[in-house]
Design a protein around this ligand. Structure first.
Ligand SMILES: Cc1ncc(COP(=O)(O)O)c(C=O)c1O
Length: 412
């Protein structure tokens, strides 16, 4: 049962975000696209860049050793944050997109053959669709879609039926929809997929900033996320993969850092994680990510969840009072998390978003990189309100009159 007893000091949290200190109105409701960064992240990156920066795993001088320690500390921070068993199970990437591509390009390319299938849900973001469609073109694999009901719940009967077919090698699905805010019961689904001998990859791009994630408890085989959605910098993310999978997966990119030995006629790859981290990695960003995870780690998940649930309650209540607005996804606010999307019968989402933007309300309009979902919903685009621990109920409430003003301007 969700508790709405909020004990988060949002005023104190907001003070830690330089971007939220503007003198003009700035209501940032687009964290699902990217989160603002607390001062501590910016400072950590700045101080490291000024005082300790050097390339990692290369130099034998103290500066490079220290930089390497900081980079590997980031790996430990991520390991601990997602509760992986081994540090070597954490691969640094550019973000969720690259992590999901890594699974497809490495594991998928090496393992899947014609007749094998990858199952996706209709909730997926393009970054968890296109890599599999590319494999479909290249290797003739099947991409099988699992439907959802009108509120966004994954059709479990269809999932079971698809899994029983026996050719699903991987179920790759989101842990939290970036459009409907619905949170599929992934622990249950993973257990069911494993009973059918399918592996499971979780796209945790949205989930990671709203709920605790434990890859050991979930028992997922892969999990992908981005640093910038968890109050960290852009340009860094991670892929978690079980150690035994990483052992058999070929490298994704070739170059420096990922080898044990290179000869004129061949090379021997390093072990994971280096095997998958060719080239100079995002070192400064890794320091920023450590700072972000440390910062977030000081706040209790139950407080974040309670605050964001209260914001969601307000968002639902606010949107429901606006004539012509239709909320997409769960009917009950308790089932939505992180974001709520809607359409307004008298105004196009893009026009509304533009007018709201002029008043300082930052909301995303479009298909949110989920075109198959929008096609299924029978709409080309929607408006999305996404919520974070620095948002206030007043901000969410003030959106109601702002939307009404924008609609009035548009329809005259
Ligand atoms: C559910 C989901 N998956 C994947 C991504 C891609 O993340 P990134 O652009 O950081 O790689 C996003 C970004 O919004 C997302 O919401």
């Amino acid at each position: 049962m969700l508790s709405l007893c909020v004990s988060l000091d949002v005023t104190a949290i907001r003070r830690q975000f330089p971007a939220l200190q503007k003198s003009e109105q700035f209501v940032y409701l687009d964290t699902a696209a990217s989160a603002q960064k607390p001062e501590t992240v910016l400072r950590a990156m700045d101080a490291f860049s000024r005082q300790q920066y050097a390339n990692v795993h290369r130099g034998l001088y103290p500066h490079s050793d220290e930089a390497t320690d900081r980079y590997e500390l980031a790996r430990e921070s991520v390991r601990s944050f997602v509760n992986a068993q081994h540090r070597a199970e954490i691969i640094f990437t550019k973000g969720t997109t690259e992590s999901l591509n890594l699974i497809a390009r490495s594991w998928g390319h090496a393992t899947l053959k014609k007749g094998d299938a990858v199952a996706l849900t209709l909730l997926e973001h393009h970054s968890n669709i296109v890599p599999w469609l590319q494999l479909k073109e290249e290797k003739g694999i099947e991409v099988v879609w699992i439907g959802i009901d009108e509120q966004g719940h994954v059709d479990r009967k269809e999932l079971s039926r698809i899994l029983r077919k026996g050719n699903i090698r991987l179920l790759s699905m989101t842990g939290l929809s970036n459009v409907l805010g619905i949170r599929p019961p992934i622990a249950d689904i993973i257990a069911e997929a494993h009973r059918s001998e399918a592996l499971v990859a979780i796209d945790a791009a949205q989930l990671i900033g709203h709920h605790a994630v434990s890859v050991q408890e979930l028992d997922c085989d892969f999990l992908a996320f981005s640093g910038h959605k968890v109050y960290g910098p852009t340009g860094i993310g991670a892929l978690y993969a079980k150690r035994e999978l990483l052992r058999s997966m070929p490298p994704f990119l070739g170059g420096g850092m990922m080898i044990r030995e290179v000869r004129q006629d061949g090379f021997i790859a390093a072990d994971a994680p280096q095997k998958f981290e060719a080239g100079t990695p995002p070192i400064i960003e890794a320091v920023g990510l450590t700072a972000a995870l440390e910062w977030l780690g000081k706040i209790q998940w139950k407080d974040i969840e309670a605050h964001e649930a209260a914001l969601m309650k307000t968002a639902y209540a606010t949107l429901k009072t606006i004539p012509g607005v239709r909320i997409l996804g769960p009917r009950r606010f308790e089932e939505a998390c992180g974001c709520v999307s809607f359409v307004c019968e008298s105004a196009h989402p893009h026009d509304l978003s533009e007018l709201l933007g002029q008043e300082g309300f930052c909301l995303r309009a479009g298909h949110h990189c989920a075109q198959p979902l929008h096609e299924h919903l029978g709409i080309p685009a929607s408006l999305r309100v996404s919520l974070a621990l620095y948002n206030t109920e007043e901000e969410v409430r003030s959106l109601g009159p702002a939307i009404m003003r924008a609609v009035k301007t548009l329809i005259g």
